[in-house]
Ligand binder design. Structure first.
Ligand code: SF4
Length: 383
């Protein structure tokens, strides 16, 4: 049995199962992932299930998120085995999300997802423009995304989200507006909108550095973000986090757990777990991960013990990302710190600038701060 500290026994937990497989590498991706074709996938799934077995059946898992990479890169039989292992251990989980690659999601996969209780799908659409998908190195088309989402809806899924990326080199506010409209027209319940980050070591960065692509300037990036907020609000979506928008009642419960800084279990290569006091990260190498699990060893590669200041700051920054912000009483109860006292100086400065609102026992980013959130949040990352 693995070890876990007391908070895992007493809290409601999120379970994240990481499947770092992709059928190729997107040009902007800085995450660890490997081509599915290079691995014995049945062995990987057995290792994932063995790692799940390290947690007792009474571990209070409330939400499950199977992400990647692309979990849909698994052969359908292996995917079914993994889903069954999760569903049989935690049949009472309220939300069970699977990330779906639009180019890989067919009727067989959707049937398997439904059979094992998956009740939320998240599609990595990114754009509906062929040129942008090409530039990002995605291996699906806009038509693939539309067909996959329609098929999922016809299969009975009633909680579907999609991810979009803006500020793609060469993009324009008009092109972004069209993406937002096409996303809304698909009648999904959840839309995430992320500004493209040009990560170190990626082909995209090389292309920008070589002058082959022009990165979008900061003002246009900001204008595109503001457009997303306005456009999605007028379509009836509620913004509940800096980058996340949902129909009423469809905010992602699993991700809300991260922003509340609640504990979570991460299973799989490169996955992290957080028990309220320490963060542990598994080795980012599929082969070594499988070998360690098969040898009965821990897959953990790093463990970081958070001190009180780390925990207080982390909770503040994560809470402030949400539109409900920091609940001052809950903050004191979970961290033992008085938010207004600990962060008196940045709180006052940003309040005077109109970037923070204090109301009803809560502190939250003002609408004007959303486009420059990072510059506000960094003042709460230490004290
Ligand atoms: S599908 Fe996701 S994890 Fe895989 S390469 Fe693309 S961005 Fe990275």
């Amino acid at each position: 049995m693995g070890t876990y500290s007391e908070p895992l026994r007493t809290q409601s937990l999120g379970l994240y199962v990481h499947v770092p497989l992709c059928d190729g590498k997107c040009r902007y991706c800085g995450f660890y992932s490997e081509p599915a074709a290079n691995h014995d996938l049945d062995r990987l799934v057995s290792a994932l299930i063995s790692e799940l077995d390290r947690y007792p059946a009474d571990t209070p898992v409330q939400t499950v998120y199977l992400g990647g990479g692309s979990p849909t890169s698994l052969p359908v039989g292996s995917l079914a085995r993994l889903l069954e292992a999760v569903a049989s251990r935690w049949p009472g989980a309220r939300e069970f999300t699977v990330e779906c690659n639009p180019g890989q999601t067919d009727a067989r996969i959707l049937t398997v997802l439904r059979r094992f209780g998956v009740n939320r799908l998240s599609f990595g659409v990114q754009s509906f423009h062929a040129q942008e998908l090409l530039l990002l190195g995605r291996r699906h088309t806009a038509d693939d995304a539309v067909s996959a989402i329609r098929l999922a809806q016809e299969s009975g899924f009633e909680n579907i989200g999609l991810d979009l990326i803006f500020a793609i080199p060469g993009s324009t506010p008009d092109a972004w507006h069209q993406n937002l409209h096409r996303a809304v027209a698909l009648n999904v319940q959840h839309i995430s909108a992320y500004s493209l980050t040009v990560e170190p070591g990626t082909p995209l960065l090389q292309a920008v550095q070589a002058g082959e692509l022009d990165a979008i300037d900061e003002d246009t990036d900001r204008a595109m973000y503001e457009m997303a907020i306005d456009c999605l609000a007028s379509a009836g979506f509620v913004q509940y986090e800096i980058s996340n928008f949902a129909r009423e009642g469809f905010a992602c419960l699993h991700n809300q757990g991260y922003w509340d800084n609640r504990s979570y279990i991460g299973i799989g290569p490169s996955a992290s777990s957080y028990d309220g006091g320490s963060r542990t990260t598994n080795i980012a190498d599929i082969r070594q991960y499988v070998r360690r699990i098969e040898a009965g060893q821990s897959p953990a590669d790093e463990s970081e013990r958070l001190n009180d200041e780390d925990r207080v700051c982390q909770t503040a920054v994560l809470n402030l990302r949400t539109r409900k912000g920091v609940d001052l009483a809950a903050f004191q109860a979970t961290t033992g710190a008085d938010f207004a006292e600990v962060f008196a100086s940045p709180l006052e400065r940003h309040r005077r600038l109109g970037l923070l609102e204090i109301e009803g026992g809560r502190v939250r980013l003002a609408r004007e701060a959303l486009g420059i959130a990072d510059s506000v949040l960094c003042d709460f990352s230490s004290f």
